[in-house]
Ligand binder design. Structure first.
Ligand SMILES: [Zn+2]
Length: 336
């Protein structure tokens, strides 16, 4: 198995929630040169059950999955088949898992998968998936079977975090015998059509809280030093290192560029520690890393990374960027 390229372990580890435990009492230069230890656990020692319990006790519900997601799904139920594909064990009633499928499903057609909220705090992915269904999906009727899972990790949506309640990142857990029930449930959902999927778009964000909270928390959890990184200002995509589709990725970038700005490479020619291989694109070994975009055998797959904290964009533009990415991906895949 190939070792992940430098920086790969950080890539989708970059998305952020509310920096409740962040280092905000320290000034920026202190943080760069001498980061404070994360307030849970001992430096150099991976978390055990006690530390995870402490971490969990600090998480609070900040928004409602029912109000923001389930009600919208209900409003779409007259146009799509709504399928419950699981629930989260710790609160099964509060956190059912839903996907929406084309009403006019026909087996000979190719399948298109859209996933949002694999990292629950990445709001525009959830809203973008729902908006695509509401406003754009009908244009693809009769050409493709759609499966949209708009909020894969609903507990994390509510507490605004990237992990699940067991301090596991679902987007490192898409593999057999997954330790994350969010990932295992999605794998079961796609199993019947994974071999005939044409396209998969997995909707994410890279946020400032990735650097202020989530990456420090990840390093603390694993008992390793936190190495500060840079958050790119703008939208970018993650392609599959093992099966790259550069023309497909550029078609998506070109469409999103009409909505929001595309990230530039940093002074090392990288985005989030990986070489920028084309405008706004980096490559990851998706399956090796257990990333969501690896869960089908679709020839066309991409992971979007919207940057909602930029002064150059708005929450609305971020949602529209996700929608533009989904439409461009489907448009390209259906003619290639
Ligand atoms: Zn993410």
């Amino acid at each position: 198995m190939a070792a992940p390229p430098a920086g790969v372990a950080r890539v989708l580890e970059n998305c952020r929630p509310v920096g409740m435990l962040s280092l905000r009492l320290r000034n920026a230069s202190d943080m760069m040169t001498n980061p404070a230890p994360y307030p849970i656990g001992m430096p150099g020692k991976p978390w055990g059950e006690a530390e995870i319990e402490t971490w969990l006790s600090r998480q609070t519900v900040k928004r409602s999955y029912k109000a923001d997601v389930l009600r919208v799904i209900e409003s779409l139920s007259s146009r799509y088949n709504v399928v419950q594909y699981g629930h989260l064990d710790h609160e099964p009633v509060k956190y059912p898992l839903f996907a929406l499928k084309s009403r006019d499903w026909r087996d000979p057609l190719p399948c298109a998968l859209v996933t949002g909220g694999v990292h629950g705090y990445e709001t525009s992915g959830v809203r973008g998936a729902l908006r695509f269904l509401d406003r754009h999906a009908s244009a693809y009727a009769g050409r493709v079977n759609l499966v949209v899972a708009p909020c894969v990790s609903p507990w994390a949506y509510e507490v605004i975090h990237r992990w699940n309640p067991y301090a596991i990142d679902p987007n490192r857990s898409f593999r057999d015998d997954s330790p994350a029930q969010e990932s295992a449930a999605l794998l079961r959902l796609v199993a019947p059509f994974r071999h005939r999927a044409l396209v998969h778009v997995d909707l994410h964000e890279t946020t400032d809280t990735d650097e202020s909270e989530f990456r420090p928390a990840l390093a603390a959890r694993d008992g390793v030093p936190h190495e500060p990184g840079e958050i790119p200002d703008g939208f970018y995509l993650v392609d599959d290192l093992e099966h790259p589709q550069p023309e497909f990725q550029q078609a998506v970038i070109a469409s999103v560029a009409k909505v929001t700005h595309i990230a530039a490479a940093d002074r090392r020619g990288e985005i989030i520690g990986s070489p920028m291989v084309a405008r706004g694109v980096i490559n990851y070994p998706l399956r090796t890393l257990g990333l969501c975009a690896s869960i089908t055998d679709a020839p066309f797959k991409t992971t979007t990374e919207v940057y909602p904290d930029s002064p150059r964009t708005t929450p609305e533009q971020c949602i529209e960027a996700q929608v533009a990415a989904v439409c461009a991906a489907l448009d390209f895949a259906l003619v290639h």
